[in-house]
Design a protein around this ligand. Sequence first.
Ligand code: 2M8
Length: 507
Amino acid sequence: MTVSQPSAVEVGLMAGRAGYVLRANDRGRFTVASPTLYPHMWSWDAGFVALGIATVSVPRALDELRTLLTGQWATGMIPHILFHSPSDYFPGPERWRTQVAAARPLEVLTSGICQPPIHVIALSRILHDARRRGGTDQQLAEDFVRETFDQWLAWHQYLATARDPYSYGLVEIHHGWESGMDDSPRWDVPYANVHPQPDMPPFVRADLAHVADPSQRPSDAEYARYLWLLEQKVRVRYDDAAYRSTGDFVVGDVLVSALLAAASDLLADMGEELGIGGGSSGGVEQSRAIARRFRTGVLRSVDPDTGLARDLDLRTGNWLEVESAAGFAPLLCGGDEAVTRRQRDLLLGPRWCGHSRLRWPVVPSVSPASADFRERTYWRGPQWPVLNWLMAWALNRSGEQEAANQLRLAGLSQLIDCDFAEYYEPVTGETLGSRDQSWTAAIALDFLAARRPAQRRPVRWLTSELPRITPAQRAAHQAAQHQRAAGHRPAHGHGPATRPQPQQRPG
Ligand code: 2M8
């Protein structure tokens, strides 16, 4: 695979602007997911944001996670949004009405559902880096793990009990938003059974005002279903068992399950290293047991024909057959070398990253070869840098360093225009959704820091805005990229990364 290294100038510009975006979205002790569309702290965004910030400041990264934990419910659940101040975001706290729930935190308003458990994966990476730097960073990170170990364990235990009461080994989600992949075709079948009732309070969407084109967001019909599920949660006072017997949407989510398995193993590793949670019924053993159960559940969901993992509709007992990136869940949690190898080949092959129509060879949210693929519609096809990060992380963890580096490099190339968009049109490379999205900037920083371990260097925050790249500059940049892709490479081979030719890709 021949995506070329970004030049030193591009690296500098990207690092500077990514740092600026995170700084601009910083509200003191937490980071908003994006400046206008998502002006609050989102749970899994915060995990990615923390690992990006850690390349610059370990203490500030730890603060991000510390703030997130202030929203933890007495059940252990980490809610999907923490609302620190009023905004026009809809649905806001007045719609979530979490005051009906005894388990809500008192110090901050939150939503009443959760998101994928990425946090301990981020924390373990932060700890690893902090140790490499040594000194105060290492001390702070280790103290933080000691201080918060039980809270992370409680979060994982919540998912493993309240959300898997029958020990299927799949985390049950009660809303498509809990998957993080809101309108993914993964949920089309279960959402067909969600019927908003006339007594649902009326609503006015705020999100459409913040994007250039409404078709980049879920439809009104989809939103009505999202809000109906929210209503159902409020009506049972956010009691998971009560929702399970009355709610319309109950699905075993493979990606959430794989992340829980991976995160639980990492929590156990950290506990062992730091001498926390020992003993036969301690946190380390509990974490290992959670990891085993959910890894087994994920592996059991693999379709022998496609090699992809499947979600389970717990209302009907049917597997959900969709070619979405969540199908690579087993790559994230491991456990079966043959499955891992097959998934690696699939991921890099022609139905996924190696698909000939892709502008950049990074994972799309849905396979371009699938009938469900929509190149501009949110989680129905576009590329999300955080998914690419997860795939690169998983490959690296399973010993596929070369493949992981290729995904990182391609991911960096995709971000080189420094828009740090929410997501990317996979065929043209166009930036879509929100701009200056925190987790995208964070991924850029992490990818930059990981290019060559020996070259890891902290990126300095900028105190003033770098000039934005103008549409004319971007067009010139893209034209140059196309020219290079067509074979007119500059004599010294440096410069913006170029899209590889299909036959040059592995897999
Ligand atoms: C999107 O979800 C929110 C609802 O949670 C929305 O559309 O309003 C998703 O992409 C989700 O995964 C992400 O965490 C959130 C903030 O970036 O936006």
